[in-house]
Design a protein around this ligand. Sequence first.
Ligand code: AGV
Ligand code: CA
Length: 311
Amino acid sequence: MKKNIYFNHDGGVDDLISLFLLLHMDNVELTGVSVIPADCYLEPAMFASRKIIDRFGNGGLDVAASNSRGKNPFPKDWRMHAFYVDALPLLNEFGKVVTPVADKPAHLHIIDTLRATEGKTTLLFTGPLTDLARALDIDPTIEEKVERLVWMGGTFREAGNVHEPEHDGTAEWNVFWDPDAAARVWDSGIEIDLVALESTNQVPLTLDVRERWAAERKHIGVDFLGQCYAMVPPLVHFSTNSTYYLWDVLTTAFVGKSDLVKVQTINSIVITEGASQGRTVETADGRPVHVVYDVNRDAFFDYITELAKKA
Ligand code: AGV
Ligand code: CA
């Protein structure tokens, strides 16, 4: 039995790789895709998504553009990454784009797709939750159609990954971009699996990983991984603000193969105001979330590399 997956992403290198990997999972039925301009610019991220589906998918999908805006914008340098992926020769060989743009904005596309899909759907979000929060405000009954939400977001560690003026550094970026949206989803009855920094910190982009993909580049999909991860900085001596981790790819791999990770349930709230905005905090009377806190690193890299070989 295939799982229905609806994918909302924000056009980073690891978001776009996630789309590519989803298209190669035998146990996944991708029912819808939408793009939010958080950690990307919308136009190149839309084009790159449509071209990835053209090249590696088998038809039937459109891609919805989000018109959501966040409270705390991402740095421009990071948002530029979508332009680089969109420009890859591998995605431009055909000289045309076939996969259409959906006629509705992302939050309405989510509602329509959930309704039109038989049975329940797992929501996979690798950017902020704004489109889901807006969908729930318009039609709270969609909760019945949601199997669960798998989200790359949050952390319960002291250190988050936001290093911005007027912030204390305790938040993870996908929560920080729109803390109110996260709080809205926390208020819903949807089961939440959180792929938090606890586990994503265990899968940095390192030079040995790049070398492995280079050595196996005769496979077009492995070459695609290598080309995409050549655009972003690896972890060499120590982690900096721009060091790249396989955040979203781990989240997506968890959807395809849940035994790669360990999960623990934590009751939590989302802070929406002040210097800690976007922080997720453990509290006894908070809502339960299933936190992915540990990963089998080698099994994870094997899994994604083998998936890429199917391309
Ligand atoms: O916080 C991780 C999220 C993931 O969804 N994004 C990147 C991933 O797509 C934001 C982010 C944090 N640090 C970054 C980020 C960095 N150094 N470069 C680009 N994006
Ligand atoms: Ca992302």
